[in-house]
Design a protein around this ligand. Sequence first.
Ligand SMILES: [Zn+2]
Ligand SMILES: [Zn+2]
Length: 173
Amino acid sequence: MLNADRQREVEQATDAFIVRAETLFGLRLPPVTVRFDLKGRAAGMFRVRHGNPEIRYNPWVFARWYADNLAETVPHEVAHYVVSRLHRRRTKPHGPEWRAVMQAFGVAPRVTCGYRPEDVADLPRRRMREHAYACGCMQHRLSSIRHNRIRRGKASYHCRKCRRPLRPVAAKE
Ligand SMILES: [Zn+2]
Ligand SMILES: [Zn+2]
């Protein structure tokens, strides 16, 4: 895990790139919420949640390759934020608009981190979302893939024991 000092350093680096982008592109960029709660192999992620821009960093990946991620993942995610403010229309995640911002930052627009699978194998996995279903005899946990198939009317699943169709228990989203 990434210690508190380094988390602060990452937050400051994020703010510094945001301020730089404001100057470079003549933008007003509201501050982003920075979280260190990303799991899996991705080092970072930008999203807008309930109208608030958010950057999530993976504290395990940062802890292991700190200098690389400070230098590359931070501008990478800030560049996604800048693109979301510069372009109203939809853009490809790592298309020309994103590359242009990276170039303005003076950072090589690389997308893959290049870690070997064996180097990240022991990092905490992203929990797969599960959905509660019930038949007549027990509870079932379905993957999002199956859940979405059911919702779109593309599939139905039956309990192997009682053979009744599975129905959603609670619609927690
Ligand atoms: Zn990206
Ligand atoms: Zn059953």
